[in-house]
Design a protein around this ligand. Structure first.
Ligand SMILES: Cc1ncc(COP(=O)(O)O)c(C=O)c1O
Length: 405
């Protein structure tokens, strides 16, 4: 994510200065609306960066979480956690995969996936396994996941990077074939089905199908990072399901707990037994509160038909943006509107980080990624009217910005 314009941000004096924060303190939320401490109201086009699947204060989620807080928050993985088994079984049912490990965030899910890739390589007798990763990818900010990330700004100052990654451009199968021919130690490919932080860049259907074929031919693991694009955001449970393929490993997080921190590594048959006792673990991961949040999020999504809803409302939002910005699309000020369902990017012809603050002033939360892309990832409960309202608030801000010299 791009930091908002430094001219309008202010640090919080006792927290490390790692975020460019807008001077807005949010106090309260209902559905897709947020109120700040001054009583101003905002339409939430950001969903806590693709996290608040069920919006704010959801009438079914809140009592379930209250119930769980009163029963048990945390126990440790020394004991059985029945809710872990319940959430794992549900994720397996929805994905067709075989087993899950629970952690607390997206980077942890990816870190664990990278460990699975390396161990899988070692188990096959490869002493120095290599993993194919992507230009403009984002997988997190630990040393290993920032090394896998394809953004020099995220890596700068943290060298030496972790070795064992080979980088290729997205949607170029020939590049993968070239690596296959020249690098015998490859054991896995890791990519986002739709790149989020890199500017909302979808992997094409044929590309995903081609990768699946190459991974099968070569015995590599196909690892699809669905931390941002998964959990119903594109109108299917997982974005790769549009391509009719299955990964071997799928890191998840963000929307899975609807705001309660939870991550998961979901594994298919080739990967599910790679890690054994003592190979991996976490204190908090899979605790009863996080698991209940995941179980209830998926249950409510099913009950309320939120997959079909995300696809429909996403189409309304996209249509309203295309209509509102038709002149700018024609003139090239807006280069492209892309994405799927409720994960949309509006790419402008010039850097537009200032739009985060300007949209907030206009009562709309959005973010800007990859310098030039306005990203909209609202709660999946967004109504069609709210989708049109996002466009109604965003379009004039973009038009004014593009008209400036
Ligand atoms: C695709 C993807 N993977 C991993 C991460 C890292 O997740 P977290 O911030 O929870 O560590 C992100 C966060 O933006 C992401 O978009």
């Amino acid at each position: 994510m791009n930091a908002p314009d430094p001219a309008v941000t202010r640090p919080m004096p006792h927290t490390l200065n790692t975020y460019g924060r807008l001077p807005v303190a949010l106090a309260y939320g209902r559905g897709c609306w947020l109120w700040d401490t001054e009583g101003r109201r905002y339409l939430d086009g950001l969903g806590g960066i693709a996290v608040n699947t069920l919006g704010h204060g959801h009438p079914k989620l809140v009592p379930a979480l209250q119930d769980q807080v009163a029963k048990l928050i945390h126990t440790s993985n020394y004991y059985e956690v029945p809710l872990q088994e319940q959430l794992a079984a549900k994720l397996c049912e929805l994905s067709g995969l075989s087993g899950a490990f629970f952690c607390n965030s997206g980077l942890e899910a990816n870190e664990g996936a990278l460990k699975i890739a390396r161990k899988y390589g070692h188990d096959k007798g490869i002493e120095r396994p290599e993993i194919i990763v992507y230009e403009r990818a984002f997988h997190g900010r630990s040393i290993a996941t920032l090394s896998a990330t394809g953004n020099p700004k995220v890596q700068k100052g943290f060298e030496p990077l972790v070795e064992g990654f080979v980088r290729v451009p997205l949607n170029d199968l020939a590049a993968v074939e070239r690596v296959a021919a020249s690098t015998p130690n490859v054991c896995a490919v890791v990519l986002e089905t739709i790149q989020g932080e890199g500017g909302v860049n979808p992997a094409r259907t044929e590309y995903l199908q081609g990768l699946r074929r190459i991974c099968d031919e070569r015995g590599w693991l196909l690892m699809l990072d669905e931390v941002q694009c998964g959990i119903g955001r594109t109108g299917k449970w997982f974005a790769h399901q549009w391509a009719g393929i299955q990964p071997d490993v799928m890191p998840l997080a963000k929307g899975l707990g609807s705001g309660v921190p939870v991550g998961a590594i979901v594994c298919g048959p080739k990967a599910v037994n790679v890690l054994g006792p003592g190979n991996h673990g976490t204190t908090f991961g899979g605790n009863p509160l996080a698991m209940r949040a995941g179980v209830e999020t998926l249950r409510i999504m099913e009950e309320d038909g939120l997959l079909a809803h995300a696809a429909e409302v996403g189409a309304v939002l996209r249509g309203a943006l295309e209509q509102g910005l038709a002149a700018e699309l024609a003139s090239g000020g807006v280069k492209e509107i892309r994405g799927a369902g409720l994960m949309l990017g509006v790419e402008l012809a010039k850097p537009c980080g200032v739009l985060v603050a300007r949209c907030a002033e206009a009562g709309l939360m959005i973010s800007v990624t990859a310098d030039t892309v306005v990203r909209i990832v609202p709660p999946l409960i967004l109504s069609a009217d709210e989708a049109r309202e996002i466009a109604a608030r965003l379009v004039p801000v973009v038009k004014t910005f593009l008209a400036e010299a």
